[in-house]
Design a protein around this ligand. Sequence first.
Ligand SMILES: NC(=O)c1ccc[n+]([C@@H]2O[C@H](COP(=O)([O-])OP(=O)(O)OC[C@H]3O[C@@H](n4cnc5c(N)ncnc54)[C@H](OP(=O)(O)O)[C@@H]3O)[C@@H](O)[C@H]2O)c1
Length: 305
Amino acid sequence: MKAIVVTDQTAGTAGMTLTERPDPSAAINDAIVQIHASGYVPTELGWPSTWTDRAGRARTPSIPGHELAGVVTALGYGTTGLSVGQRVFGLADWHRDGTLAEYVAIEARNLAPLPGDVDFTTAASLPISGLTAWQGLFQHGRLQAGQSVLAHGAAGAVGTMVCQLAREAGAHVIGTGRNADRAKALDFGAQEFLDLETEALEDVGDVDLVFDVIGGEIQKRSARMVKAGGTLVSVVGPVETRPDEGLAVDFVVEADRAQLGEIVQRVRDGRLRTNIGATPALDDAVAALSSTARLTGKTVVLVRP
Ligand SMILES: NC(=O)c1ccc[n+]([C@@H]2O[C@H](COP(=O)([O-])OP(=O)(O)OC[C@H]3O[C@@H](n4cnc5c(N)ncnc54)[C@H](OP(=O)(O)O)[C@@H]3O)[C@@H](O)[C@H]2O)c1
């Protein structure tokens, strides 16, 4: 099969190559999925799991990409709940070969049925950003109607999902980012916007929930803005400064079939819009993914356009 691989951790995106790899085979409880579209997160080549397996052994050449939408073509020993020919979407294991390829072997529990009226490109944009927003807001952040949410990077792939889901849940959403992102953040549900480059973060006032996708100084200052009983949720690694009277949680998104179902249902009925940016074909993806131009929105590689 055709796949994009990386072999050299020091090379960055310049080390990505489109090549031929053996078709994957299905392990116990796996499905083989013929990929139609694959999401990509620009920070992937910095994740240890791109380079090592769960035992810490080098696993290169590895195939990046962890979000997929496609069609099941085979099932492994003991696999239940899915059938050959079924449309699916989901989140692939961090430590296994990923989705910038024509086929992937993936545990069935990481997949959810994809309704026929949602196209593959839309579906491939949802797993990481949608599940991250869902789990950060509702599982880790325990968001309630009437609470306030400070959504950093509000115009980004995760941020636009955070803004929409928090609004739907009845929260007051203050988005942040660069001034160029103001209109987009407001369009995706933020009721206020703060330009982190020119405005004082503290002017926002205290909030119930901070959803951080940026880290560093912004996160430290945000921690001090969390109300008593509130939560700072980070998806960019361990929290260095904790709220005085609140919780701090950092987490890595997990696959969840029921939550994927909730997310895709919202796309179908118009409660959730996608924020898709570049959509290169697999043949052109190496150039697109290694470009130094600023990416806006979720990058989705069209494997079977
Ligand atoms: N732990 C997890 O499970 C998990 C899951 C998903 C994502 N993540 C991480 O979360 C981060 C965001 O992911 P994403 O896909 O949403 O990325 P994205 O689409 O690039 O969104 C990030 C947004 O934040 C803005 N931003 C970043 N730094 C900023 C700063 N200093 N000032 C103002 N705006 C700033 C970006 O603007 P610019 O483009 O102009 O910088 C962009 O609009 C990444 O580091 C990713 O690895 C973690």
